[in-house]
Design a protein around this ligand. Structure first.
Ligand SMILES: NC(=O)c1ccc[n+]([C@@H]2O[C@H](COP(=O)([O-])OP(=O)(O)OC[C@H]3O[C@@H](n4cnc5c(N)ncnc54)[C@H](O)[C@@H]3O)[C@@H](O)[C@H]2O)c1
Ligand SMILES: O=C(O)C[C@H](O)C(=O)O
Length: 356
Protein backbone atom coordinates (compact mmCIF):
# COMPACT_ATOMS: atom_id res chain seq x y z
CA UNK A 1 0.00 0.00 0.00
CA UNK A 2 1.33 3.47 -0.92
CA UNK A 3 1.46 6.02 1.91
CA UNK A 4 -0.97 8.90 1.46
CA UNK A 5 0.57 12.30 0.54
CA UNK A 6 -0.62 13.56 3.91
CA UNK A 7 1.34 10.78 5.70
CA UNK A 8 4.50 11.51 3.65
CA UNK A 9 4.29 15.18 4.55
CA UNK A 10 3.98 14.33 8.23
CA UNK A 11 7.03 12.01 8.05
CA UNK A 12 8.99 14.73 6.24
CA UNK A 13 8.09 17.18 8.99
CA UNK A 14 9.12 14.73 11.74
CA UNK A 15 12.45 13.89 10.06
CA UNK A 16 13.07 17.63 9.74
CA UNK A 17 12.87 17.77 13.53
CA UNK A 18 15.19 14.78 13.97
CA UNK A 19 17.80 16.20 11.56
CA UNK A 20 17.42 19.95 11.93
CA UNK A 21 19.66 22.13 9.78
CA UNK A 22 22.68 23.59 11.64
CA UNK A 23 21.73 27.22 12.16
CA UNK A 24 22.13 29.96 14.74
CA UNK A 25 19.92 29.27 17.72
CA UNK A 26 17.49 32.18 17.19
CA UNK A 27 17.09 31.40 13.47
CA UNK A 28 16.78 27.66 14.04
CA UNK A 29 13.89 28.14 16.46
CA UNK A 30 12.11 30.43 14.01
CA UNK A 31 12.59 28.04 11.10
CA UNK A 32 11.38 25.09 13.14
CA UNK A 33 8.32 27.07 14.17
CA UNK A 34 7.74 27.98 10.52
CA UNK A 35 7.45 24.26 9.76
CA UNK A 36 4.92 23.69 12.50
CA UNK A 37 1.21 24.39 12.65
CA UNK A 38 1.51 26.13 16.02
CA UNK A 39 2.92 29.66 15.84
CA UNK A 40 2.78 30.18 19.59
CA UNK A 41 -0.14 32.57 19.46
CA UNK A 42 -1.55 31.59 22.86
CA UNK A 43 -2.57 34.51 25.09
CA UNK A 44 -0.03 35.45 27.75
CA UNK A 45 3.03 37.56 28.37
CA UNK A 46 6.38 37.64 26.61
CA UNK A 47 9.29 37.18 29.02
CA UNK A 48 13.07 37.33 28.44
CA UNK A 49 15.71 35.90 30.77
CA UNK A 50 19.15 37.51 30.23
CA UNK A 51 21.88 35.21 31.56
CA UNK A 52 19.64 32.20 30.97
CA UNK A 53 22.45 29.63 30.79
CA UNK A 54 23.75 30.43 34.28
CA UNK A 55 23.27 28.87 37.69
CA UNK A 56 20.15 30.98 38.33
CA UNK A 57 19.21 31.38 34.66
CA UNK A 58 18.65 27.68 33.90
CA UNK A 59 16.26 26.77 36.74
CA UNK A 60 14.60 30.18 36.38
CA UNK A 61 14.05 29.54 32.67
CA UNK A 62 12.51 26.18 33.56
CA UNK A 63 10.18 27.75 36.13
CA UNK A 64 9.12 30.47 33.67
CA UNK A 65 8.42 27.79 31.04
CA UNK A 66 6.09 26.21 33.63
CA UNK A 67 4.26 29.50 34.29
CA UNK A 68 0.84 29.52 32.57
CA UNK A 69 0.96 33.33 32.28
CA UNK A 70 3.95 33.12 29.89
CA UNK A 71 3.23 32.62 26.18
CA UNK A 72 6.71 33.38 24.78
CA UNK A 73 10.01 32.83 26.60
CA UNK A 74 13.25 34.26 25.20
CA UNK A 75 16.49 32.82 26.63
CA UNK A 76 19.57 35.00 26.08
CA UNK A 77 23.16 34.38 27.14
CA UNK A 78 26.68 34.89 25.83
CA UNK A 79 27.30 31.11 26.16
CA UNK A 80 25.27 27.86 25.95
CA UNK A 81 21.92 29.46 25.09
CA UNK A 82 21.23 26.91 22.29
CA UNK A 83 21.58 23.91 24.62
CA UNK A 84 19.45 25.34 27.40
CA UNK A 85 16.82 26.40 24.84
CA UNK A 86 16.67 23.00 23.14
CA UNK A 87 16.36 21.29 26.52
CA UNK A 88 13.64 23.54 27.97
CA UNK A 89 11.71 23.75 24.68
CA UNK A 90 10.85 20.03 24.98
CA UNK A 91 8.72 20.63 28.10
CA UNK A 92 5.04 20.23 27.16
CA UNK A 93 3.90 23.49 28.75
CA UNK A 94 2.33 26.43 26.92
CA UNK A 95 5.19 28.89 26.39
CA UNK A 96 7.05 28.93 23.08
CA UNK A 97 10.81 29.07 23.80
CA UNK A 98 13.42 30.78 21.64
CA UNK A 99 17.15 31.03 22.29
CA UNK A 100 19.52 33.90 21.53
CA UNK A 101 23.31 33.67 21.70
CA UNK A 102 25.71 36.59 21.99
CA UNK A 103 25.54 40.35 21.75
CA UNK A 104 24.52 40.35 18.08
CA UNK A 105 21.25 38.58 19.03
CA UNK A 106 20.44 40.78 22.05
CA UNK A 107 18.07 43.05 20.14
CA UNK A 108 16.06 40.12 18.75
CA UNK A 109 15.92 38.64 22.25
CA UNK A 110 14.44 41.84 23.68
CA UNK A 111 12.07 43.07 20.98
CA UNK A 112 8.42 42.89 22.08
CA UNK A 113 9.08 41.69 25.64
CA UNK A 114 6.67 42.54 28.49
CA UNK A 115 9.02 41.43 31.28
CA UNK A 116 12.82 41.19 31.25
CA UNK A 117 14.59 39.31 34.07
CA UNK A 118 18.35 39.89 34.50
CA UNK A 119 20.39 37.24 36.33
CA UNK A 120 23.47 37.87 34.09
CA UNK A 121 26.81 38.40 35.80
CA UNK A 122 29.41 36.81 38.02
CA UNK A 123 28.57 35.37 41.46
CA UNK A 124 30.57 35.64 44.72
CA UNK A 125 33.24 33.29 46.00
CA UNK A 126 34.01 32.83 49.73
CA UNK A 127 35.60 35.94 51.24
CA UNK A 128 34.02 38.34 48.71
CA UNK A 129 31.32 40.94 49.32
CA UNK A 130 28.60 41.60 46.76
CA UNK A 131 30.27 44.96 46.10
CA UNK A 132 33.41 43.07 44.95
CA UNK A 133 31.31 42.05 41.90
CA UNK A 134 30.69 45.68 40.91
CA UNK A 135 33.59 46.02 38.45
CA UNK A 136 32.37 43.16 36.22
CA UNK A 137 28.61 43.23 36.73
CA UNK A 138 28.13 47.00 36.40
CA UNK A 139 29.23 46.89 32.75
CA UNK A 140 27.10 43.81 32.00
CA UNK A 141 23.96 45.43 33.45
CA UNK A 142 24.69 48.68 31.58
CA UNK A 143 24.93 46.90 28.19
CA UNK A 144 21.78 44.85 28.78
CA UNK A 145 19.80 47.91 29.91
CA UNK A 146 20.94 49.86 26.83
CA UNK A 147 19.39 47.04 24.80
CA UNK A 148 16.16 47.21 26.83
CA UNK A 149 15.94 51.00 26.37
CA UNK A 150 16.24 50.50 22.62
CA UNK A 151 14.11 47.40 22.02
CA UNK A 152 11.46 47.12 24.78
CA UNK A 153 11.43 50.45 26.67
CA UNK A 154 8.01 49.69 28.20
CA UNK A 155 8.96 46.31 29.65
CA UNK A 156 8.99 45.64 33.38
CA UNK A 157 12.63 44.97 34.37
CA UNK A 158 13.61 42.65 37.26
CA UNK A 159 17.27 43.14 38.25
CA UNK A 160 18.90 40.17 40.03
CA UNK A 161 22.60 40.78 39.21
CA UNK A 162 24.63 41.87 42.23
CA UNK A 163 25.32 44.22 43.83
CA UNK A 164 21.57 44.98 43.52
CA UNK A 165 22.01 48.11 45.69
CA UNK A 166 24.15 49.53 42.83
CA UNK A 167 22.92 47.71 39.71
CA UNK A 168 19.36 49.08 40.06
CA UNK A 169 20.66 52.71 40.18
CA UNK A 170 22.87 51.85 37.17
CA UNK A 171 19.83 50.62 35.24
CA UNK A 172 17.89 53.78 36.20
CA UNK A 173 20.68 56.04 34.92
CA UNK A 174 20.95 54.11 31.63
CA UNK A 175 17.19 54.50 31.09
CA UNK A 176 17.31 58.21 32.05
CA UNK A 177 20.10 58.76 29.52
CA UNK A 178 18.02 57.03 26.84
CA UNK A 179 14.91 59.03 27.80
CA UNK A 180 12.92 55.87 28.64
CA UNK A 181 13.07 55.82 32.47
CA UNK A 182 9.85 54.85 34.21
CA UNK A 183 10.63 54.26 37.91
CA UNK A 184 7.53 52.07 38.30
CA UNK A 185 8.92 49.56 35.83
CA UNK A 186 12.39 49.04 37.33
CA UNK A 187 12.43 46.56 40.21
CA UNK A 188 15.39 45.15 42.14
CA UNK A 189 14.74 41.55 43.18
CA UNK A 190 15.03 41.15 46.97
CA UNK A 191 12.52 38.28 47.21
CA UNK A 192 15.18 35.80 48.33
CA UNK A 193 15.60 37.79 51.56
CA UNK A 194 11.85 37.43 52.24
CA UNK A 195 11.90 33.74 51.26
CA UNK A 196 14.79 33.12 53.68
CA UNK A 197 13.21 35.21 56.44
CA UNK A 198 9.93 33.27 56.13
CA UNK A 199 11.81 29.96 56.29
CA UNK A 200 14.03 30.84 59.26
CA UNK A 201 11.18 32.42 61.26
CA UNK A 202 8.99 29.37 60.60
CA UNK A 203 11.79 27.11 61.87
CA UNK A 204 12.06 29.12 65.10
CA UNK A 205 8.28 29.20 65.62
CA UNK A 206 7.77 25.58 64.55
CA UNK A 207 5.12 26.46 61.93
CA UNK A 208 4.65 26.02 58.16
CA UNK A 209 6.87 28.55 56.26
CA UNK A 210 4.07 29.07 53.74
CA UNK A 211 2.01 30.67 56.52
CA UNK A 212 4.70 33.21 57.42
CA UNK A 213 5.23 36.65 55.89
CA UNK A 214 8.20 38.74 57.02
CA UNK A 215 8.65 42.18 55.44
CA UNK A 216 12.34 42.69 54.62
CA UNK A 217 13.23 46.29 53.77
CA UNK A 218 16.31 48.38 52.91
CA UNK A 219 18.52 46.73 50.30
CA UNK A 220 20.19 43.46 49.37
CA UNK A 221 23.59 43.25 51.11
CA UNK A 222 24.63 42.68 54.74
CA UNK A 223 23.24 45.29 57.14
CA UNK A 224 21.10 46.83 54.38
CA UNK A 225 18.92 43.68 54.59
CA UNK A 226 16.54 44.71 57.40
CA UNK A 227 13.94 42.13 58.45
CA UNK A 228 11.03 43.75 60.30
CA UNK A 229 10.44 41.01 62.86
CA UNK A 230 7.98 43.22 64.75
CA UNK A 231 5.65 43.05 61.70
CA UNK A 232 5.69 39.29 61.08
CA UNK A 233 2.40 37.73 59.98
CA UNK A 234 0.88 35.82 61.72
CA UNK A 235 1.54 38.13 64.69
CA UNK A 236 4.08 36.60 67.09
CA UNK A 237 6.73 37.63 69.58
CA UNK A 238 10.42 36.69 69.83
CA UNK A 239 12.97 36.64 72.65
CA UNK A 240 16.01 38.91 72.41
CA UNK A 241 18.15 35.84 71.49
CA UNK A 242 15.71 34.81 68.74
CA UNK A 243 15.74 38.33 67.24
CA UNK A 244 19.50 38.44 67.25
CA UNK A 245 19.82 34.92 65.72
CA UNK A 246 17.18 35.59 63.04
CA UNK A 247 18.49 39.02 62.04
CA UNK A 248 22.03 37.68 61.69
CA UNK A 249 20.94 34.59 59.73
CA UNK A 250 18.70 36.57 57.33
CA UNK A 251 21.38 39.21 56.72
CA UNK A 252 24.02 36.55 56.08
CA UNK A 253 21.90 33.94 54.26
CA UNK A 254 23.73 34.62 50.99
CA UNK A 255 27.13 34.20 52.63
CA UNK A 256 25.95 30.96 54.27
CA UNK A 257 25.32 29.52 50.77
CA UNK A 258 28.51 30.98 49.26
CA UNK A 259 30.58 29.32 52.01
CA UNK A 260 28.72 25.99 51.73
CA UNK A 261 29.30 25.97 47.96
CA UNK A 262 33.03 26.57 48.67
CA UNK A 263 33.96 28.42 45.48
CA UNK A 264 31.27 26.94 43.19
CA UNK A 265 29.09 30.08 43.27
CA UNK A 266 26.23 31.49 45.30
CA UNK A 267 22.53 30.74 45.75
CA UNK A 268 21.03 29.55 42.45
CA UNK A 269 18.10 27.20 43.17
CA UNK A 270 16.49 29.15 46.02
CA UNK A 271 17.17 32.29 43.95
CA UNK A 272 15.49 30.87 40.85
CA UNK A 273 12.50 29.99 43.05
CA UNK A 274 12.46 33.53 44.51
CA UNK A 275 12.91 35.20 41.09
CA UNK A 276 10.13 33.09 39.59
CA UNK A 277 7.84 33.98 42.51
CA UNK A 278 8.59 37.68 41.98
CA UNK A 279 8.23 37.49 38.17
CA UNK A 280 4.89 35.71 38.61
CA UNK A 281 3.76 38.56 40.89
CA UNK A 282 4.81 41.11 38.24
CA UNK A 283 2.84 39.20 35.57
CA UNK A 284 -0.24 38.94 37.80
CA UNK A 285 0.05 42.70 38.35
CA UNK A 286 0.32 43.27 34.57
CA UNK A 287 -2.79 41.11 34.10
CA UNK A 288 -4.66 43.43 36.47
CA UNK A 289 -4.98 41.18 39.53
CA UNK A 290 -5.81 43.09 42.73
CA UNK A 291 -3.62 43.17 45.85
CA UNK A 292 -0.36 41.76 44.44
CA UNK A 293 2.17 42.85 47.05
CA UNK A 294 5.89 41.94 47.26
CA UNK A 295 9.00 43.57 48.72
CA UNK A 296 11.30 45.10 46.08
CA UNK A 297 14.20 47.58 45.80
CA UNK A 298 12.68 50.48 43.86
CA UNK A 299 12.85 54.25 43.38
CA UNK A 300 11.21 55.44 46.57
CA UNK A 301 10.34 58.37 48.81
CA UNK A 302 9.89 56.23 51.91
CA UNK A 303 13.27 57.47 53.22
CA UNK A 304 15.54 60.30 52.09
CA UNK A 305 17.38 57.81 49.81
CA UNK A 306 16.45 57.65 46.11
CA UNK A 307 16.06 53.84 46.22
CA UNK A 308 14.83 51.63 49.03
CA UNK A 309 13.22 48.20 49.38
CA UNK A 310 9.76 48.05 50.96
CA UNK A 311 6.49 46.35 50.18
CA UNK A 312 5.13 47.50 46.80
CA UNK A 313 1.81 46.84 45.11
CA UNK A 314 2.30 45.51 41.59
CA UNK A 315 -0.18 46.49 38.90
CA UNK A 316 -0.56 47.06 35.17
CA UNK A 317 2.11 49.76 35.19
CA UNK A 318 4.58 48.04 37.56
CA UNK A 319 5.16 49.24 41.15
CA UNK A 320 1.96 51.26 41.46
CA UNK A 321 2.04 51.87 45.20
CA UNK A 322 4.99 51.94 47.57
CA UNK A 323 4.03 51.19 51.14
CA UNK A 324 5.59 53.04 54.10
CA UNK A 325 7.76 51.22 56.63
CA UNK A 326 5.08 51.01 59.31
CA UNK A 327 5.85 51.16 63.04
CA UNK A 328 9.43 50.09 63.92
CA UNK A 329 10.72 49.04 67.32
CA UNK A 330 13.92 50.46 68.83
CA UNK A 331 16.30 47.80 67.41
CA UNK A 332 14.73 48.15 63.94
CA UNK A 333 15.20 51.95 64.11
CA UNK A 334 18.91 51.40 64.89
CA UNK A 335 19.12 48.85 62.04
CA UNK A 336 17.45 51.30 59.66
CA UNK A 337 20.08 53.99 60.33
CA UNK A 338 22.90 51.48 59.67
CA UNK A 339 21.18 50.25 56.51
CA UNK A 340 20.68 53.77 55.14
CA UNK A 341 24.33 54.72 55.75
CA UNK A 342 25.62 51.78 53.70
CA UNK A 343 22.91 52.05 51.05
CA UNK A 344 23.68 55.72 50.35
CA UNK A 345 27.24 54.86 49.24
CA UNK A 346 26.18 51.87 47.12
CA UNK A 347 23.47 53.87 45.34
CA UNK A 348 25.87 56.75 44.65
CA UNK A 349 28.48 54.32 43.31
CA UNK A 350 25.94 52.96 40.80
CA UNK A 351 24.77 56.42 39.73
CA UNK A 352 28.35 57.69 39.21
CA UNK A 353 29.22 54.65 37.08
CA UNK A 354 26.91 56.05 34.39
CA UNK A 355 27.00 59.80 35.02
CA UNK A 356 30.74 60.28 35.72
N1 LIG B 1 19.33 39.38 43.84
C1 LIG B 1 19.60 38.28 44.50
O1 LIG B 1 18.97 37.98 45.52
C2 LIG B 1 20.66 37.34 44.00
C3 LIG B 1 20.71 36.02 44.50
C4 LIG B 1 21.66 35.15 44.00
C5 LIG B 1 22.57 35.60 43.03
N2 LIG B 1 22.50 36.88 42.58
C6 LIG B 1 23.41 37.37 41.54
O2 LIG B 1 22.98 36.88 40.27
C7 LIG B 1 24.09 36.87 39.37
C8 LIG B 1 24.17 35.55 38.62
O3 LIG B 1 24.44 34.49 39.48
P1 LIG B 1 24.62 32.99 38.93
O4 LIG B 1 24.88 32.14 40.10
O5 LIG B 1 23.52 32.66 38.01
O6 LIG B 1 25.97 33.16 38.08
P2 LIG B 1 26.49 32.23 36.88
O7 LIG B 1 27.89 32.59 36.62
O8 LIG B 1 26.16 30.80 37.16
O9 LIG B 1 25.59 32.67 35.66
C9 LIG B 1 25.65 33.95 35.11
C10 LIG B 1 25.31 33.87 33.65
O10 LIG B 1 25.40 35.17 33.11
C11 LIG B 1 25.94 35.05 31.82
N3 LIG B 1 26.49 36.33 31.36
C12 LIG B 1 27.68 36.90 31.66
N4 LIG B 1 27.81 38.05 30.98
C13 LIG B 1 26.67 38.21 30.26
C14 LIG B 1 26.21 39.20 29.36
N5 LIG B 1 26.95 40.28 29.05
N6 LIG B 1 24.99 39.03 28.80
C15 LIG B 1 24.24 37.94 29.11
N7 LIG B 1 24.63 36.97 29.94
C16 LIG B 1 25.84 37.11 30.50
C17 LIG B 1 27.00 33.98 31.95
O11 LIG B 1 27.36 33.45 30.68
C18 LIG B 1 26.29 32.98 32.84
O12 LIG B 1 25.59 32.03 32.08
C19 LIG B 1 25.32 37.17 40.24
O13 LIG B 1 25.67 38.52 40.11
C20 LIG B 1 24.83 36.89 41.65
O14 LIG B 1 25.56 37.60 42.63
C21 LIG B 1 21.56 37.74 43.05
O1 LIG C 1 25.09 36.16 48.43
C1 LIG C 1 25.24 36.31 47.21
O2 LIG C 1 26.31 36.71 46.73
C2 LIG C 1 24.13 35.97 46.28
C3 LIG C 1 22.81 36.56 46.65
O3 LIG C 1 22.85 37.95 46.77
C4 LIG C 1 22.20 35.93 47.87
O4 LIG C 1 21.69 36.64 48.73
O5 LIG C 1 22.21 34.68 47.96
Amino acid sequence: MKPSPDFSQRIARISGHLNPPKLQVGESSLLKLANCRSKGGAPGFKVAVLGAAGGIGQPLAMLMKMNPLVSVLHLYDVVNAPGVTADISHMNTGAVVRGFLGQQQLENALTGMDLVIIPAGVPRKPGMTRDDLFNINAGIVRTLCEGIAKCCPDAIVNVISNPVNSTVPIAAEVFKKAGTYNPKRLLGVTTLDVVRANTFVAEVLGIDPREVNVPVVGGHAGVTILPLLSQVKPPCSFTYEEISYLTDRIQNGGTEVVEAKAGAGSATLSMAYAASKFADACLRGLRGDADVVECSFVASQVTELPFFATKVRLGRSGAEEIFPLGPLNESERVGLEKAKKELAGSIQKGVSFITK
